[in-house]
Ligand binder design. Structure first.
Ligand code: PGA
Length: 255
C-alpha cells in the first residue's frame, strides 16, 4: 500500500540574513504563501534570527528549523546549541549533517547519528542530509556512499522514530554550484535510499519523506517535482528571496 506523502520545502538560509533582513524576507514570504502554501514549508534562518522569525510565523502553517545542533543536552560547549534551546526558540525542525558541516566543520556519520538522536529525543524533526561528492559519483560509487551514510548515520533509529525524520539527498557537487542532479539522477538516488529504508524499517519507511537538494531554482523545480520519488526540496540560495522561493514551493505543491 502506498502512503501519500505531503511534500515539504525547506529553506536553508545558511550564514545569510541579519535580523532586519530576516524580518523583511519572512514578511515577503508570508504575503505570498498565506493562507495555505499547498505543501509543508520550513524556514531555517541563522540561530540569531530564530526567535524573531518565530514571532512572525506564529499562527501560520510555516514551520521553523535550526541549521545544526549539538548532541549534548547542556554544558561547556562554547558556540553550540542544544535541541531544547532550538525548541525554546520556536523550532520544530533541524537540519543535521549538511555537507557543509561535514566538509568544513568535521562532522562525520557517527556525529550525525548522535545529532539525529538528540534532535528526535528533544522533540524535533531531524532533516538528515546525505550525498556523494563529484569524485565519488565519477567513480561510480554514489549508491555505496549513500548506503554507508544511511547505515552509519541513521541505521540506529527505530521505526517509531520515523515520524521525526526527514531525509535529504544532496549531491555535494550540486550544492551552490548551479549544477543540478537531473531528475533521473535524483530519482535513482531517492529510490536507493527508500529501498534502504524499507530494508531497515519495513512498511514504516513508506511515510518517510526524502527531499532533494542542490541548486534547486524555479526553472528546474517543475522538472524535479515531476518525479514522484521527490517528496520535496532543501533549498539554499533560492530560499533567500521570495521571488525565487515561492515558485519552488508552488511547484512542489503541484502547480
Ligand atoms: P543550494 O543549497 O540550493 O544553494 O545549492 C542547497 C543546500 O545546501 O541545502
Amino acid at each position: 500500500m502506498t502512503v501519500p506523502r505531503r511534500r515539504l520545502v525547506a529553506g536553508n538560509w545558511k550564514m545569510s540574513r541579519t535580523n532586519d533582513e530576516a524580518v523583511r524576507l519572512v514578511r515577503d514570504l508570508l504575503r505570498e504563501l498565506l493562507p495555505a502554501p499547498g505543501c509543508d514549508v520550513v524556514l531555517c534562518p541563522p540561530f540569531t534570527a530564530l526567535t524573531e522569525v518565530s514571532y512572525l510565523l506564529a499562527g501560520t502553517p510555516l514551520k521553523l528549523g535550526g541549521q545544526n545542533l549539538h548532541f549534548e543536552r547542556e554544558g561547556a560547549f562554547t558556540g553550540e546549541v542544544s535541541a531544547a534551546m532550538l525548541a525554546s526558540a520556536g523550532c520544530t525542525h533541524v537540519v543535521v549533517g549538511h555537507s557543509e558541516r561535514r566538509q568544513l566543520f568535521g562532522e562525520t556519520d557517527p556525529t550525525v547519528a548522535r545529532k539525529v538522536r538528540a534532535a528526535i529525543d528533544g522533540g524535533l524533526v531531524a532533516i538528515a542530509c546525505v550525498g556523494e561528492t563529484l569524485a565519488e559519483r565519477d567513480s561510480g560509487r554514489t549508491l555505496d556512499v549513500l548506503a554507508a551514510q544511511f547505515d552509519l548515520g541513521l541505521g540506529g533509529l527505530a521505526a517509531a522514530d520515523l515520524d521525526r525524520l526527514v531525509l535529504a539527498y544532496e549531491p555535494v557537487w550540486a550544492i551552490g554550484t548551479g549544477r543540478n542532479a537531473t531528475p533521473t539522477q535524483a530519482a535513482e538516488a531517492h529510490r536507493a535510499l527508500r529501498a534502504r529504508a524499507r530494508a531497515r524499517w519495513g512498511g514504516a519507511a513508506e511515510g518517510l519523506r526524502i527531499l532533494y537538494g542542490g541548486s534547486v531554482k524555479p526553472d528546474v523545480a517543475p522538472g524535479l517535482f515531476a518525479e514522484a520519488e521527490l517528496d520535496g526540496a532543501l533549498v539554499g540560495g533560492a530560499s533567500l528571496l521570495a521571488a525565487s522561493f515561492v515558485p519552488i514551493v508552488r511547484a512542489a505543491a503541484g502547480g
